[in-house]
Design a protein around this ligand. Sequence first.
Ligand SMILES: NC(=O)c1ccc[n+]([C@@H]2O[C@H](COP(=O)([O-])OP(=O)(O)OC[C@H]3O[C@@H](n4cnc5c(N)ncnc54)[C@H](O)[C@@H]3O)[C@@H](O)[C@H]2O)c1
Length: 441
Amino acid sequence: MSAQPVHIDAPKGKLGVLIPGMGAVATTFMAGVEAIRRHLALPIGSLTQMGTVRLGRRTDKRTPLIKDFVPLAQLDDLVFAGWDLFKDNAYEAALKAGVLERALLDSVKDFLKRLRPMPAVFEQKFVKNLHGENVKKGKNKMDLAERLMDDIQRFKKHNRLSRLIMIWCGSTEIFLKPRPVHHSLAAFEKGLRDNSPDIAPSMIYAYAALKLGVPFANGAPNLTVDIPALLELALQNRVPVCGKDYKTGQTLMKTILAPGLKARLLGLHGWFSTNILGNRDGEVLDDPESFRTKEESKLSVLEYILQPELYPSLYKGFHHKVRINYYPPRGDNKEGWDNLDIFGWLGYPMQIKIDFLCRDSILAAPLVLDLVLFLDLAQRCPEMARKGIQEWLSFYFKSPMCAPHLYPEHDLFIQLMKLKNTLRYLRGEELITHLGLEYYD
Ligand SMILES: NC(=O)c1ccc[n+]([C@@H]2O[C@H](COP(=O)([O-])OP(=O)(O)OC[C@H]3O[C@@H](n4cnc5c(N)ncnc54)[C@H](O)[C@@H]3O)[C@@H](O)[C@H]2O)c1
């Protein structure tokens, strides 16, 4: 032990998981957790369930599972609820999403059928391609926020939950830039009462959560909680927040490959990425204004990893294009192609082609699980909760939130080191620097 462990409350009682948006990702996550609880499948892809953390020297051979090292909630203690503008219960929604096979869904049908979405806070102009009828009405946006708070408190009381977290699995909203109404909590609350057109539904959910001291994770690229007003509320109420946009599929590949190219000082002329996908997410992203939000999130990754300002002869002015094409026959089984024009010794050109036949929600579901468990851990740890933004969870996001004066860290391997060092720090274990000179004394 190098230091005192940081105080973390034990995870006593049940943890409520509140999910705005019960579509492909949310239902794949909830059905998966239940299948795992019934020992029908394994939590593959989840760091909290299958990952380990090395402690001390390499010769110490201390490598516990992360779930045995930090006090996380148990899967059996998770209780779910959500909102959606479609009335389908989670079984029906999962069948429509077409991610999991019917046989698996049928084995947890009783559980999924009980999960009926509460009426959503929704406004057409923010997600143009969706038209649902399970929508709340209120006299203004503050009124809608209060109805969400009622839903949350009812769910907590009814299920005798000791803690809650909220994780956004709803659609990508249109591209928004911070406006004056987002600049302070006072302006935001006035905007809620005055029905400001600049307050998106996802912000109303985040406001309701933070007001009640419920941590919030943003799985979409939406601006949502990444505005001064809601960060002020998070700090005021000492609530952890994190986002944005689950790092899956093509961007995951980018943040695996780009650090490797940079490590070997291989240059990049251009990176062209295109996708076909046919799920509801693809339909939403078919609207140029929602696509713009996604595009911004996907494009920023390479600039930050490759640092053209430090390596102008390798990366200055490289071309980066991202395309998403809605193609219904593929459903959730997306195909992503990448073409990289790279160059090596003496400037000689080479190419790399990637054809990733991935399953979007299969990649996203374990991230949702980890974020739920880690955000709950952060909430039980006053030292972490009072910081608001949880940058150590950057590992999970395409556009990681960080303090306003920092640039985000996108390199998957640095993000993982940061996450594990945070866990070591919390438990009073030595941080691992990989220096390793002591082995040669
Ligand atoms: N691998 C991935 O699948 C992945 C990766 C990164 C980010 N995301 C993001 O996660 C989100 C969910 O993806 P998905 O594939 O499950 O999409 P989906 O379309 O299947 O599900 C989203 C659900 O949200 C609902 N919704 C929209 N606005 C809402 C609101 N205001 N309140 C309540 N419900 C609302 C929709 O009706 C829909 O059922 C999307 O924003 C997507 O961009 C997904």
